[in-house]
Ligand binder design. Structure first.
Ligand code: AMP
Ligand code: MN
Length: 270
């Protein structure tokens, strides 16, 4: 039996467990190949590699770069087999951009009467390298399901939203490739709902693969992405986007369906 999980998050971004903890949970769940893919950070990868060696889980070094695109204010591109040193400057710049954006969102929230500072949000991020909107939501007092707070304040078009400005999707793919990595468009139907837009996005970006099997992808959406992979010769990857045992949405491995349509692939090391 194989269980492929090519996206997961640790405390280096918005996950709940340290990298070794993520790998331990993956081993318990029978994961055979795991990518630790923190948002704009590869700082947890060495610890994951070490834990993978100890626990017999194959680890693919990875990063999940956040970027912007005309169809999605927040699009994610996973970079697999990236050289950790070569991707580091891109991660650092992205982390700086995140802090600048967080400061603007905090100011907007203050304007709506929330009593928080950027330092509160940074504290909420704890040891994370990448501060994100979930940390800001918690610093503003949101608890449990952050969905309602996001909907009112933090999603595109909402009251306190500030768009990400760098990188765009083409740049993110370029950064991953320059670092020797394979670029895979993460969970397209999570960020975009219109099939025509997903279709156009994938045809126009020229990435190496699509995260096809994903917990929120329906059978129809999965079939569409598999058709695109076949037509465009792209790798079809899979993940449950594990964020930790008490995460509201992504709390377990093996949570995606293949619907009997195909099997996930692991990008070969370039
Ligand atoms: P950021 O990295 O600051 O752009 O924030 C992205 C993260 O916010 C995602 O990885 C999700 O964890 C979270 N997020 C995005 N949209 C929502 C939503 N509608 N409800 C709850 N969490 C969300
Ligand atoms: Mn993602």
């Amino acid at each position: 039996m194989t269980l492929v999980e090519l996206q997961s998050h640790s405390t280096h971004s918005d996950g709940e467990l340290a990298p070794a903890g993520v790998v331990a949970e993956a081993a318990k769940a029978g994961v055979t190949t795991l990518a630790l893919s923190d948002h704009d950070s590869v700082a947890g990868v060495p610890e994951a590699l070490e834990a993978g060696r100890e626990l017999g889980v194959g680890i693919v070094p990875a990063v999940e770069m956040s970027c912007v695109h005309a169809y999605a204010e927040d699009l994610h591109i996973c970079g697999y087999w990236v050289d950790l040193e070569r991707i580091e400057p891109a991660c650092e710049r992205a982390q700086q951009e995140r802090r600048a954006r967080a400061a603007e969102i905090v100011e907007n929230l203050r304007g709506f009467g929330f009593d928080l500072t950027l330092d509160d949000a940074i504290r909420e991020a704890g040891g994370a390298d990448s501060i994100g909107r979930p940390h800001i939501a918690k610093a503003a007092g949101a608890t449990g399901d952050l969905g309602p707070f996001f909907e009112e304040y933090l999603v595109p078009g909402a009251k306190a939203f500030v768009p990400r400005r760098w990188p765009d999707a083409e740049q993110a793919i370029g950064l991953i490739r320059e670092a020797g990595g394979v670029a895979v468009i993460a969970h397209p139907y999570w960020d975009i709902s219109a099939p025509e837009e997903v279709d156009d996005l994938i045809r126009s970006l020229g990435a190496d693969g699509i995260e096809t099997f994903y917990p929120t992808h329906t059978k129809e959406q999965t079939a569409h992405l598999l058709d695109l992979c076949a037509e465009l010769d792209l790798i079809a990857t899979a993940s449950s986007d594990y964020h930790g045992p008490t995460h509201k949405t992504f709390a377990r491995f093996g949570a995606y369906e293949t619907y009997g349509l195909g099997e996930p692939q692991v990008p070969p090391r370039p």
